[in-house]
Design a protein around this ligand. Structure first.
Ligand SMILES: Cc1cc2nc3c(=O)[nH]c(=O)nc-3n(C[C@H](O)[C@H](O)[C@H](O)COP(=O)(O)OP(=O)(O)OC[C@H]3O[C@@H](n4cnc5c(N)ncnc54)[C@H](O)[C@@H]3O)c2cc1C
Length: 639
């Protein structure tokens, strides 16, 4: 019999989108409850297809979902090949990324030429004049662009991955599509405006108000939006606003609505162009909206759907970032190989000292893993039936965290030259490897499109979902006793079988011999998925409703799931590459990556039981209370 927990039965339509979620909010403070209600009502509650990652968290390593690593059709690959060849040649000839970084300017001629090539309409469907690229081809172009100039990549990505084109494609009406899509071939850059001075990761404090005029024809927007990438030059923006609240189940619920706003609307003012550590040429600003009049038909999807629209957009929008990080990692691999051979110290090339080899092994094996995760999730995004919420978040988390380490290791291998600007190296006659700029540019990826902490929380919420759904009736405050008893019996029945299976299962005898030198890693994956599911279950039992506050423990659990996903993707990708190239170097790299990932996973498991949390919490609390302020003396005021 199919249950909510059956991975093949995810089409849960029993709860409507406005229903209060399965989490018990009654014991939370009003502020936290409001934030949670908004976040919960914005979740996509339906799973239409089995999710590989969600099954992992429930103890199942479903090989069939990752075996036969997907590949592009010959026709689609040819489109991507031709476009990337043209784009690559153009960038080499026309875009000096060091100059862009120094001057904080992307030349307007380059932007014009990129428009002519269709770079700003890669994701726009062909019927509206766009290139209609698959996610794979879009990400191939973004990988190339990011490897050349991160500022230009962010300009294109903020426009196309989160700006107007993607939500318009997903949620726009036919009239809206006909009106706006063609503009992305003719010079209109778009932006996405959610963040405000008091609204970062938590949108519940949103101050931007859009008030409907008495005749219902327009909204009037007042607010300030912060860090809006492309905002200062945008012809169109998706602006997130608070609209009139709605009564849901007798309780007033804040409504967040997305609307398309013309960048030149009267009342829009750029108050400040922000300057950052990296991606220095992006046009990002603090933007004021003063009585900005927007036609009511510019609402995207429907009033109150704004946050859900943003989160759904990000589910695929977030995939650009892994591609961009992988592009940079590939550059690092090349720099590492060339410099590792070229530079000699203490009688050996630095790549041949063991410490150098360790760095090169890390860069190469983790670049393969980043690429595997990127292409697997990109292909899955093109397979529109697949639910990739968890996998996209894992790809973002994994590639931004590992990408940062890859650049840092590359900088270390370069020694003093790693810290010197590419333009300075070139000026004194050396190769202008821009590792210093790459490091500065890379750092933002751990913050935008969901910080690492927020990715952990997002994953944890989704990983717990099957358990929460099963226990929902039991936990709900006002459920009649009879329903609670039935729910209790159902729960006991399910968990008896499920829990036993987490100990006694096929991992005890299956060998995965078809995976060659990677068979041991597949076996580890299978066994560790069960161990992870047991750990999640034990943590739920131990901490119950307090588990939500055990963020460090949850982060370890989510990192284990993410590493397992990366291992599965990497092994499957390596097998495919080995088949295509008739040699096994990809298997060697995958083997190396899986050994590293296994060490990290075992470390996470150790941390779960280390008992260090109590002291860590005490110290953190003490810092806030000023207990250790004596340690801050003897230096200048940082402000
Ligand atoms: C270069 C750049 C470009 C950007 N582009 C855009 C854009 O185009 N459009 C747009 O709308 N926004 C944009 N942003 C904003 C970006 O999305 C936010 O910076 C991001 O959402 C985090 O918000 P915050 O910086 O206010 O951090 P906060 O939310 O204040 O968080 C600060 C720290 O606390 C952690 N934290 C927050 N909540 C929790 C929690 N519940 N539990 C544990 N830890 C928590 C965070 O992980 C982070 O480490 C951009 C920012 C930058 C710097």
């Amino acid at each position: 019999m199919a249950t909510d927990l059956d991975p093949n039965h995810r089409n849960d339509t029993s709860r409507n989108a406005d229903a209060v979620p399965v989490i018990d909010l009654s014991k939370m403070s009003a502020e936290k409850r409001s934030a949670m209600e908004i976040a919960e009502s914005a979740r996509e509650a339906q799973w239409t297809e089995p999710s590989f990652a969600q099954q992992l968290f429930m103890g199942t390593f479903n090989r069939t979902l990752v075996d036969s690593f997907p590949r592009q059709s010959v026709e689609d690959a040819a489109i991507g090949d031709a476009f990337c060849a043209e784009l690559g040649a153009y960038l080499t000839a026309n875009l000096d990324a060091e100059e862009v970084d120094d001057s904080r300017t992307i030349p307007s001629t380059v932007i014009t030429d990129l428009f002519a090539m269709g770079v700003f309409a890669m994701k726009v469907p062909k019927e509206y004049g766009g290139l209609g690229f698959t996610q794979v081809n879009y990400n191939r172009a973004m990988m190339l662009l990011a490897s050349h100039c991160a500022s230009t990549a962010v300009l294109v990505s903020a426009h196309q991955s989160i700006g107007v084109p993607q939500p318009l494609k997903l949620f726009g009406t036919e009239e809206q599509k006909k009106k706006y899509f063609p503009r992305f071939r003719t010079g209109t850059i778009s932006a996405f405006a959610l963040t405000e001075p008091s609204v970062g990761s938590d949108p519940s404090k949103m101050a931007t108000e859009a008030v409907l005029t008495p005749d219902g024809t327009h909204y009037i927007i007042n607010s300030e939006k912060l860090w809006c990438t492309n905002g200062p030059i945008a012809g169109l923006m998706v602006v997130m606003c608070k609209t009139a609240p709605k009564i849901v189940n007798g309780v007033e619920r804040a409504q967040i609505t997305a609307m398309i706003v013309e960048g030149n609307s009267p009342g829009i003012e750029v108050l400040h162009r922000c300057d950052f550590m990296g991606i220095r040429a992006i046009q990002n600003g603090l933007i004021k909206f003063h009585d900005v009049k927007v036609p009511a038909e510019n609402v995207l999807w429907a009033p109150g759907k704004g946050l859900k629209l943003a989160l759904t957009t990000l589910n695929t929008g977030r995939l650009t970032l892994p591609a961009a990080c992988t592009g940079v990692a590939k550059q690092c691999l090349r720099i590492g190989r060339e410099w590792g051979n070229e530079r000699h110290q203490w009688g050996l090339s630095i790549g041949n000292h063991e410490a150098g080899r360790e760095k090169l092994a890390f860069i190469a094996s983790h670049t393969l893993a980043m690429e595997a995760v990127t292409w697997l999730t990109s292909h899955w995004a093109d397979d529109h039936g697949k639910d990739i919420r968890l996998e996209a978040a894992m790809a973002k988390l994994f590639c931004s965290e590992i990408g940062w380490q890859v650049v840092d290791v590359t900088l270390q291998l370069r020694g003093g030259r790693g810290y010197e600007k590419g333009s300075s190296l070139k000026a004194r006659g050396e190769k202008g490897y821009p590792v210093e700029r790459m490091l500065r540019d890379m750092r933002i990826n751990r913050i935008i499109e969901g910080t690492t902490d927020i990715m952990h929380l997002f994953l944890a919420r989704e990983a717990m979902d099957p358990h929460l759904k099963l226990a929902a009736d039991l936990l709900a405050k006002h459920t009649p006793v009879g329903t609670k008893l039935t729910a209790g019996a159902k729960l006991a029945g399910f968990y008896t079988g499920w829990y036993a299976k987490q100990w006694f299962n096929a991992s005890l005898w299956e060998r995965h011999d078809d995976m060659g030198i990677l068979s041991g890693h597949y076996h580890y994956l299978q066994a560790t998925a069960h161990r992870l599911a047991r750990s999640i279950f034990h943590s739920m039992g131990l901490y119950q409703e307090k588990l939500e506050r055990k963020q460090v423990l949850l982060a370890h659990l989510m990192d284990i799931g993410t590493e397992l996903f990366a291992m599965a993707a990497t092994c499957s990708y390596a097998i495919r590459l080995a088949g295509e190239r008739h040699e096994h170097s990809s298997m060697t790299l995958a083997d190396q990556f899986c050994r590293e990932a296994t060490k990290r996973i075992e470390n996470h498991f150790r941390e779960l039981n280390s008992g260090d949390g109590k002291l860590m919490n005490q110290v953190g609390k003490g810092v806030l209370a000023g207990e250790f302020s004596w340690l801050e003396t003897g230096v200048q005021d940082p402000g």
